[in-house]
Design a protein around this ligand. Structure first.
Ligand code: 4AD
Ligand code: MG
Length: 478
């Protein structure tokens, strides 16, 4: 008999009084009688009831938390109160035993820090299974959003010679012998002898290549891994993360902001209707967690309320200038409560400032546009004031920056000037400049940090808990 997924048996429409076969892992085994079985398909377990008198002692002993079982039984209305149906076991095979003394995932609350060290097993907890099901669904609905609008999915290279963001935070890719690196006549490492005959690194963004494809296919998007060797040990940074980068020909900055807002709202709406059981579980989890915090640190809205709020309300759009004025005149700035006081126009906002704007001042997502030229990447379109560029960042409550994007500089002479000013290696960008030579058009795009979106939807505080095997400074296990 072919095994069915537990979620179908727990569904209202599952036919009762029929024999079903299921395969999964034991979450708990109570009173030598009740097995809570989970196969990853649902947040709830299936209660499987055995008549222990018909089982020999040695087999009963093997039904332990973590063991993998194959069970056949009759689906009936449950006599207990915790569940609607249960499976009365006729046949039970132990597929894989599990030593309960040594199994790291006990049927009790483990800290997230502890579970990070057991990242290969943490998926067997209810919390991680819910987070990862939502992650998977988000990724599907992201593709669906773009595919339904005629965007083409493109795969940009992971190994590149360019530093798209110009921030110098790259992981080198090399096959040179570290103990005996070849040197050139100037005493520097001779990358001509390296695998690609030049210096290469893992990409920090697929944007530049996506631009090339947008200027031929019209509207494209990437969804791939990106790598940043920034030494920031925060709850919002990974060294390896996934980014969605749409790029659109003939879009200006307003079109870009409109698309980004519509996109984020649309995928959140899909998750509300497709992952509601997982969301309800995580909602409750967050509420329980809040109870153990001082009231000032508790969430003002529940997880579900927060997601609905973002879906239903317009994002506030303000220029850097406006944001700067609000922050400069704000109470925490005047009372010197910001770690980084706001005084001079032109400096980048820190996360304390972003949080103030989003969580205290506007109490909703905020898009800031027209940033000072000196704090943004070389490719952003210069405004006529010569001081600002057509950049935009979307800031979310509890997350900070979730999207970064811009209208691109499509004018060859201005782009060349900027590259020189910023002392960027122009030779690497010859092909990028060609895009401005041959049929250049206004175009725009943005990057959404996938894990930050998963964080927002699941309410997980630490970004390390929304990706299966996180990579952070000093940590690349598994
Ligand atoms: O603002 P960023 O650096 O923008 C770009 O890379 C552009 N090339 C995007 C584009 O216009 N096509 O990064 C975009 C987003 C950020 O807003 C943030 O959500 C996420 O990527 N991000 C990170 N997420 C996790 N860990 C990190 N270290 C991240 N750095 C950026
Ligand atoms: Mg950014």
């Amino acid at each position: 008999m072919k095994a069915v997924k537990i979620k179908y048996l727990l569904n209202e429409s599952a036919k009762r009084n029929l024999i079903y076969s299921v395969k999964g892992w034991v979450r708990t085994f109570r009173a030598n009688r009740f097995i809570a079985l989970n196969d990853g398909s649902s947040v709830e377990n299936l209660q499987c009831v055995i008549d222990f008198e018909t089982f020999d002692e040695s087999k009963l002993k093997l039904i332990t938390t973590g063991a993998a079982l194959h069970i056949e039984g009759l689906l009936t209305k449950s006599l207990g109160s915790g569940q609607k149906v249960e499976l009365n076991v006729n046949k039970l095979d132990i597929i894989g035993g599990c030593d309960p003394e040594k199994y790291p995932i006990q049927p009790k609350k483990h800290s997230l820090e502890y579970l990070r060290e057991k990242a290969h097993l943490r998926i067997r907890t209810t919390t991680f299974a819910s987070v990862m099901r939502i992650r998977s669904s988000l990724s599907f609905h992201i593709h669906k959003f773009f595919q339904e609008r005629g965007f083409y999915y493109i795969n940009t290279p992971i190994i590149t010679g360019t530093d798209a963001e110009g921030a110098g935070e790259m992981f080198r890719v090399s096959t040179l012998n570290l103990k005996k690196t070849p040197l050139n006549d100037f005493g520097n490492v001779d990358f001509k002898k390296d695998f690609f005959g030049k210096e290469t690194n893992l990409t920090v963004s697929g944007q530049l290549e996506a631009e090339a494809y947008a200027l031929g296919l019209g509207e494209v998007y990437t969804f791939g891994p990106t790598f940043r060797a920034e030494n920031s040990n925060t709850t919002r940074h990974l060294a390896e993360f996934w980014m969605i980068e749409p790029e659109m020909a003939f879009y200006d900055l307003d079109d870009n902001m409109d698309l980004a807002e519509k996109f984020v709202k649309s995928v959140l709406r899909e998750i509300l209707s497709n992952c509601i059981n997982d969301l309800k579980f995580l909602n409750e989890r967050q509420q329980k967690e809040d109870l153990s915090k001082p009231s000032s640190e508790r969430n003002q809205m529940s997880l579900l309320e927060k997601i609905k709020f973002v879906v239903e309300n317009n994002f506030v759009r303000i220029s850097y200038d406006e944001a700067f004025n609000i922050l400069r005149d704000s109470k925490p700035n005047k009372k010197k409560r910001f770690k980084f006081p706001i005084s001079d126009w032109g400096s980048d906002f820190q996360s304390e400032h972003e949080r103030y704007l989003v969580e205290k001042h506007f109490k909703c997502p905020v898009i800031i546009f027209n940033y000072p030229i000196n704090i943004k990447a070389f490719y952003m379109r210069r405004n006529d004031d010569n001081k600002t560029v057509r950049a935009m960042d979307i800031l979310f409550p509890g997350i900070g920056e979730i999207v970064g994007g811009s209208q691109r500089e499509e004018r060859l002479n201005i782009l060349e000037k900027r590259i020189t000013e910023m002392k960027i290696n122009r030779e690497e960008l010859w092909w990028y400049l060609d895009l401005r030579r041959f049929g250049s058009v206004p175009h725009s795009g943005f990057g959404l940090g996938f894990e930050r979106l998963v964080q927002f939807v699941t309410g997980m505080n630490n970004i390390r808990d929304v990706i299966p095997f996180p990579r952070t400074p000093q940590n690349a296990s598994f």
